[in-house]
Design a protein around this ligand. Structure first.
Ligand SMILES: Cc1cc2nc3c(=O)[nH]c(=O)nc-3n(C[C@H](O)[C@H](O)[C@H](O)COP(=O)(O)OP(=O)(O)OC[C@H]3O[C@@H](n4cnc5c(N)ncnc54)[C@H](O)[C@@H]3O)c2cc1C
Ligand code: SF4
Ligand code: SF4
Length: 438
């Protein structure tokens, strides 16, 4: 099996097409290396493409990401497989990795689909839209989101009833129910792991009522309510569509918490909550926003000023540990918390609660490496074996790590980490070329 460029070998395999994977791929592609990006999702872009604005500058996230996504997609030295995964990687010798990829069927011919969405209109099946974090619905045949790359339809076969309506209306004859899983063998000289992070699942903390009380949402659901392509065109309470006017943030949900098995700081939740608080005050000028925090970790450049700015805008910050959230009949929520400064247990009423969920490792990586298994750290992130001197180096020579695959970090740090991964990869390949030519 060969790809669109008739290639089965590449200099570098980048696993994951988020901001760290794209940045690594572009750096290497501009240095003349042939790069293959394998992305598990239907679109590249990672989490960043779904964010509203970014702290501390409040630049529009999609406006920064989409040019990078198109630059990556158009670069002649970069090939992208979306909806694909790495089945196994075997190191045969230095600069010689044998890799098996799995390309999953979307039941839509990518090169034929024009993205017209006629199939979506006719499809009778409605399910939760995972790209809007279940806030709204989508069809069984769907374009993942408006700025997806590639912007083509896919059929969610698990929910499809095979009624054939999409096939009948598609003007491009792009629907193809005969597609099957393809296994693609390739060879690469080096690998960059950029598989990113998973979000903490707040249903684990039953006391917070996520999943039970509709007006308890996650920070990612709030991100979606704050983007220009937001599902409701305003910030609304999911339970009754009312505009909230008293919103609470519960920081460290699933971070720095031994009881849920994650004792480390997620590094971004304080600042993304402060960011969202400021954006809410812009979207709903009359709303009160309260942040319940253990410590505000405003460690980066401009972060402390950003936090102070939110306080001066009227955000209330309470040093308090939230113990329990309960729902009133009208959908409002009672937040029971320990006021750490006063040493008292208190209660406060809010009409929307946002859980600032933490960053967990992505467990996919462990299963990819045949025999030569990759070392993970105590929290199951990819271990940086020489963290101070070669931060992208892993336990397998020739395999590097970029972005949040090695631990929680924000976007600028993910970009820096991708810079390290791509330059260490280039040195690895060049070094072996020089040695073998001696
Ligand atoms: C609610 C929220 C708000 C945030 N706001 C900000 C902000 O304002 N500013 C800021 O700097 N940071 C912010 N962040 C942090 C930011 O999202 C991360 O720093 C950034 O997304 C990390 O990029 P990444 O490429 O390492 O990982 P990801 O964005 O997770 O990308 C990883 C990619 O790898 C793919 N992948 C995963 N597993 C596999 C596999 N097995 N095979 C192939 N592909 C795979 C994924 O589908 C994904 O496309 C926020 C985070 C959250 C949760
Ligand atoms: S065949 Fe499936 S995807 Fe197509 S319209 Fe019917 S239910 Fe929707
Ligand atoms: S599959 Fe057909 S109908 Fe659906 S978006 Fe693509 S071209 Fe349009």
């Amino acid at each position: 099996m060969v790809d669109k460029n008739n290639q089965t070998s590449y200099d570098v395999l980048v696993i994951g097409g988020g901001i760290a994977g794209e940045e690594s791929a572009l750096n290497l592609a501009y240095s003349g290396f042939k790069v293959l990006i394998v992305e598990k999702d239907l679109s590249v872009g990672g989490k960043m493409i779904h964010l509203s604005k970014v702290f501390p500058t409040l630049d529009c996230s999609a406006c920064i990401t989409t040019p990078k996504v198109s630059e990556t997609a158009r670069h002649p030295n970069i090939t992208i497989y979306t909806y694909s995964e790495v089945k196994n990687i075997t190191k045969l010798s230095e600069q010689n990795f044998s890799v098996t990829l799995v390309k999953k069927p979307t039941y839509v011919i990518e090169s034929a689909c024009t993205g017209c969405q006629e199939c979506e209109e006719k499809c009778p099946i409605i399910v939760n839209d995972q790209y809007q974090w279940d806030l709204v619905a989508r069809k069984a045949v769907y374009i993942p989101f408006s700025i997806a790359s590639p912007r083509v339809a896919a059929i969610d076969i698990e929910n499809c009833i095979l009624c054939g309506l999409c096939e009948k209306v598609c003007p491009a004859d792009a629907i193809d129910f005969t597609q099957e899983i393809e296994e693609i063998p390739i060879n690469v000289k080096s690998v960059i792991i950029a598989t990113g992070f998973n979000l903490f699942d707040p249903t684990v903390i039953d006391r917070y009522g996520f999943g039970k009380y509709k007006n308890v949402v996650t920070s990612m659901q709030m991100e979606r309510q704050l983007v220009p392509t937001r599902p409701y065109n305003s910030v609304l309470r999911p339970k009754d569509g009312k505009m909230p006017d008293n919103i609470a943030y519960v920081l460290c949900t699933g971070s720095r918490d031994e009881t849920v098995g994650n004792p480390i700081c997620s590094q971004v939740c304080c600042m993304y909550s402060v960011k969202q608080a400021q954006l809410i005050m812009g979207a709903l000028p009359m709303a009160d926003v309260t942040i319940y925090y253990l410590h505000i970790r405003a460690f980066g450049k401009g972060f402390e000023e950003f936090y102070q700015q939110s306080l001066s805008m009227g955000v209330e910050a309470i040093k308090g540990k939230v113990g329990k959230i309960t729902e009133k009949e009208n959908g409002n929520l009672i937040v029971r918390y320990e006021d750490i400064r006063e040493g008292k247990v208190k209660e406060a009423e809010h009409d929307l609660v946002v859980l600032s969920v933490g960053i967990l490792s992505n467990p996919d990586v462990k299963a990819m490496f045949n025999g030569n298994s990759i070392e993970l750290d105590d929290y199951n992130f990819v271990k940086q074996v020489d963290e101070l001197i070669n931060p992208a180096k892993t336990s397998i020579d020739g395999v590097f790590v970029a972005g949040t695959a090695s631990g929680p970090m924000d976007i600028p740090d993910s970009i820096l980490s991708a810079g390290a991964a791509s330059s260490e990869t280039a040195s690895y390949i060049r070094k072996h070329q020089v040695e073998s030519s001696k």
